[in-house]
Ligand binder design. Sequence first.
Ligand code: ZN
Ligand code: ZN
Length: 200
Amino acid sequence: MTLDTGLLDQAKAAEARVIDAERDADVARAEFHRAVRRLQLAGGSLREIADALGLSHQRVHQIVEGAGGSRPWRVRVRVPKDRRQRRGIGGDMLRCSFCGKSQPETKKLIAGPGVYICDGCVDLADRVIADGEPSATPLSSITVIGDDPAAPKCSFCGKRRDQVTGMAAAEEVSICTECLSLCQEIIAEELDAAGEEPAT
Ligand SMILES: [Zn+2]
Ligand SMILES: [Zn+2]
């Protein structure tokens, strides 16, 4: 038998709404997790946050630690120069996957799973997504990824293009808007933390 086209259209429309709703839920969840992390960064204890939000202590801990999904990839930030020797970091050079700059050439180098992005490329990728205009780096060029089902997934969190509001890509790496805002947050936090460090 052939499918009733009227019913099929209804099913397709409903399916589209489910996909939209799931994406909205993903975005809302990520925002929620970020907000919880900010509460904690602002000095709230896990217990206080859990009580205020009606969550279990363990759940808040998971969110803050990233197991809740807000920080799906491990983040490594460039260690300030004065701490590098103490930690024995130096020799092997990590490089930004987008522009090729080595760690010492950047203010911050943030690491995802096998990929790296520097503070400069975070700004650049944000701008490329906002303007829609490609931007050249010494290594390649950063371009906007359109709504293409065959588009590469975010190299940092693995989300597909249709699961996020925007994505930028260089030659072999891509990064989504959610990971970019996470990077911006990490960079801002680190700079804050550096400024607040007591003189020794
Ligand atoms: Zn870079
Ligand atoms: Zn991502």
